[in-house]
Write a protein that binds this ligand. Structure first.
Ligand code: NDP
Ligand code: MG
Length: 389
């Protein structure tokens, strides 16, 4: 935190996305607490420009270098510095111009800037779960080394984090990650075979970016979250349980060694975990709708169907085996999801691509960052070849 003022300076990585735009609403509602220092996007330069004109950051970065001139020209009458390219995203993360990074780029592309933020001693509010799936061991090790807090934004992990406040000395027996079940809860493979992109993009409870919405429909999202939880809370695979809870009111639970269970609840709205991560350890008021249990009436629970939603089973395997297997799985999943979004492959083909890539790319148990980069590249090209066949 900047010592001279109480305003927390935020570097918002992925500001044009679902998390990014909601974070800007939270920041706009609390101008005395937060300022926007950095905004970044992939290629949606129009939105980046309008955000920059509204929030007047120090720096903006557009990952797509072809968009540089357009952004530069649009902001020519301001003091805002404009950079472009993947390298610039990483370099700006290493600059001492902000207090906290909100890591909300989607996918593997978020890894290097987040690592640089930690190296730079900056607190991280982490939405980008793929970062921990790929290199959770190295990220958490670096965070401890640099004494950098990593505060989860993902609603389940925010719930667990909130349940753990005041419990530092009390070991966790297990955590219960709740899952809505997605739009195809209760469906069987013969139904999933014909599922189309538009249908899979309709999530019952949450409005999110395209990639995570598909991951929620396949239950890969819950698999990624198991691995994310493993690293955030230093758990073993058998301490992480997934429970389907279609109402998404309980965002997750922690069971302690005496059998006591704490849950964090609320209406499904990402602005709450975003706000909590930005303002932690403080809770700040807001006017989001409140949960009225008389209207919710009942909360229900069931086991996930991993025979139908095989991606969750594959993620459990990756979690148990560890090494570079989660990294390989993540890469294959990203390729498969984007191919599905482009109508190149069917819903169930995504699982085949992931499974075959996990079987094919060499398993490495003890790994370095370079090896993760290599495994990621190898898995991507193998998965892409499978799709081209
Ligand atoms: P979106 O797709 O809505 O937004 C992604 C953001 O990342 C956009 O700003 C996008 O820019 C940017 N981006 C995409 N690709 C690149 C790239 N190659 N280089 C640089 N920037 C890039 O995703 P969400 O906001 O839904 O999700 C962001 C992360 O948060 C994901 O990891 C997701 O799993 C996690 N998360 C999201 C939740 C949600 O409710 N949305 C809930 C929990 C976790 P552009 O707009 O220009 O393409
Ligand atoms: Mg989640």
């Amino acid at each position: 935190m900047n010592q001279t003022s109480r305003v927390k300076r935020i570097a918002l990585y992925g500001s044009t996305g679902s998390i990014g735009t909601q974070a800007l609403e939270v920041i706009a509602a609390n101008p005395a607490m937060f300022s926007v220092e950095v905004l970044t996007c992939g290629n949606n330069e129009e939105l980046l420009i309008s955000q920059a004109l509204q929030f007047n950051p120090n720096i903006v970065v557009v990952a797509d270098e072809k968009k540089f001139l357009k952004v530069k020209e649009a902001l020519a009458n301001t003091d805002i510095k404009v950079f472009a390219g993947e390298r610039a995203l990483e370099e700006v993360a290493s600059m001492d111009v902000y207090d906290m990074m909100l890591a909300s780029i989607v996918g593997y592309a978020g890894l290097k800037p987040t690592l640089n933020a930690i190296d730079n001693g900056k607190a991280v509010a982490l939405a980008n779960k793929e970062t921990l799936v790929v290199a959770g061991d190295l990220i958490m090790q670096k965070a401890v080394e640099k004494r950098v807090p990593i505060i989860p934004v993902d609603s389940e992990h925010s719930a667990i984090f909130q349940c753990l406040v005041g419990e530092v000395r009390n070991p966790i027996e297990k955590i219960i990650l709740t899952a809505s079940g997605g739009p195809f809860l209760g469906k069987k493979p013969n139904y999933l075979l014909n599922v189309k992109r538009e249908h899979a993009l309709q999530h019952p409870n949450w409005s999110m970016g395209a990639k995570i919405t598909i991951d929620s429909a396949t239950l890969m999202n819950k698999g990624l979250e198991m691995i994310e939880a493993r690293w955030l809370f230093n758990l073993q695979a058998d301490q992480i349980e997934v429970l389907v809870h279609p109402q998404s009111i309980i965002h997750s639970m922690v069971q302690f060694q005496d059998g006591s269970i704490k849950a964090q609840m609320g209406l499904p709205d990402m602005k709450l975990p975003i706000q909590y991560a930005l303002s932690f350890p403080q809770r700040i008021p807001n006017d989001l709708p409140r949960c009225d249990f008389k209207k919710v009436k009942s909360l229900s629970f069931e086991e996930p169907d991993i025979k139908t939603f095989r991606n969750l089973g594959l993620a459990m395997e990756a979690l148990e085996k560890g090494g570079n297997l989660p990294c390989i799985m993540n890469a294959a999943n990203e390729i498969a999801v984007y191919a599905f979004l482009k109508n190149r492959i069917g819903f169930l083909d995504m699982t085949d691509v992931i499974e075959r890539t996990m079987q094919k790319v060499k398993f490495i148990n003890k790994r370095t960052l370079e090896e993760y980069y290599e495994s990621d590249g190898e898995a991507r090209s193998f998965a892409a070849d499978l799709i081209r066949l």
